[in-house]
Design a protein around this ligand. Structure first.
Ligand SMILES: [Zn+2]
Length: 145
């Protein structure tokens, strides 16, 4: 869209909302009181001289929106890419959690097996000790004879 509401000095030097006129003064926002544009807001150089900045606010808004669209689209693409990365990472984390759960289950089984072996070994050692004590008592008895 052409900027036909800007200054008549050969082009629109301000894109979107202007802050200063080319003369260096801060622009002011005023409201039109003409019959053609009643209540229509515009930016204007405070000098109010011809050739200084004049721009309808709605044109500024339009330019801001047009300029923002590619940025929004780019941000949207970045968000979608980030969502994809996050969903891949979530899937990887779920796999890792499942593997850890399986490892945990395997470890519990191993611990049970080791406990059972320990009990067996303890019983065997106890049985051997008791057998040794029994045999040594019998030997003493035999020696005592
Ligand atoms: Zn000016």
């Amino acid at each position: 869209m052409s900027c036909n509401s800007c200054v008549q000095d050969g082009g629109c030097e301000f894109r979107g909302f202007p802050s200063k006129c080319h003369c260096g003064l801060d622009v002011v926002i005023l409201t039109s009181k003409t019959k053609q544009n009643p209540g229509r807001p515009f930016f204007r150089c405070p000098t109010l001289n011809d050739g200084h900045l004049f721009k309808w606010v709605e044109d500024c808004v339009y330019e801001e929106v047009v300029d923002a669209k590619p940025k929004i689209s780019s941000i949207d693409n970045e968000i979608n890419a980030a969502k994809c990365e996050v969903s891949v990472e979530i899937a990887e984390l779920k796999c890792m959690i499942n593997e850890l759960k399986e490892d945990g289950t395997w470890s519990k089984r191993e611990i049970k097996r080791i406990k059972l072996w320990l009990v067996c070994i303890c019983l065997t050692v106890t049985a051997i000790v008791l057998l040794m004590l029994y045999t040594s008592k019998n030997q003493k008895l035999m020696l005592g004879y």
